[in-house]
Design a protein around this ligand. Structure first.
Ligand code: SF4
Length: 207
């Protein structure tokens, strides 16, 4: 799709997504967080925004974002570049509130995930990304199935989605609530994933 046409269609997609209140009472005070990337060729999919993202209206604006953009910087993209050239989506787009356990945010329910999935479906169909970066368990499950992270992080899967082919390179969740990164050998798997991203992003975004 020509760049101007994609930018126009993403603009109207963003406007519709911003108005979504489909979750009703399931998500108190729902405010969808949208990516401002105009001509993306890559889609990154997180879990759900947090309180900081809700306040700032920017995806990955908090501490987890600092870690994530640090990994992307190692792969060759500054944060500004990444926000401009990577469409940052999520499994659900509104802050789900705190976890009942008091540790981290509530995981969006299966109903919320299902209600929200149409937005991601529409974005993938519009953008037809050359690279998809699922970040964290829920997003990895969506694209690669429920495999242990050790079998997923540090790999690249080429797959056909609808009418386009894409490379899927997963990252662990960068929030402090996830302890996976500190497991034995996991830093090396993460480093391999960043190396794979560096190669694939440079080919896809002409870095
Ligand atoms: S989580 Fe998704 S489906 Fe639910 S209100 Fe927000 S944007 Fe709409």
């Amino acid at each position: 799709m020509p760049a101007a046409s994609l930018a126009r269609r993403l603009e109207s997609h963003r406007a519709a997504l911003s108005r979504c209140r489909s979750c009703g009472d399931l998500v108190a005070g729902a405010v969808p967080i949208v990516s401002m990337a105009r001509n993306p060729r890559v889609v990154l999919v997180g879990q759900a925004p947090g309180q900081i993202e809700k306040t700032s209206q920017r995806p990955f604006a908090g501490r987890a974002g600092k870690t994530l953009f640090g990994w992307l910087a190692q792969a060759g993209l500054t944060e500004d570049d990444a926000r401009e050239r990577i469409y940052i989506a999520a499994i659900t787009r509104c802050y789900p509130g705190p976890s009942p356990s008091g540790r981290g945010d509530r995981v969006p329910s299966a109903t919320e995930q299902k209600l929200c999935s149409r937005w991601l479906g529409a974005e993938l169909a519009l953008i037809k990304p050359g690279v998809i970066i699922p970040v964290g368990r829920l997003a990895i499950d969506r694209f690669l199935g429920k495999l242990p992270l050790e079998q997923v992080i540090g790999t690249e899967r080429v797959m056909k989605l609808h009418d386009f082919e894409t490379s899927v390179i997963a990252l662990p969740h960068p929030s402090g609530a996830s302890s996976w990164i500190h497991g034995s050998g996991h830093a090396e798997l993460l480093s391999t994933a960043v190396d794979l991203l560096r190669v694939r992003l440079s080919q896809t975004l002409y870095l």
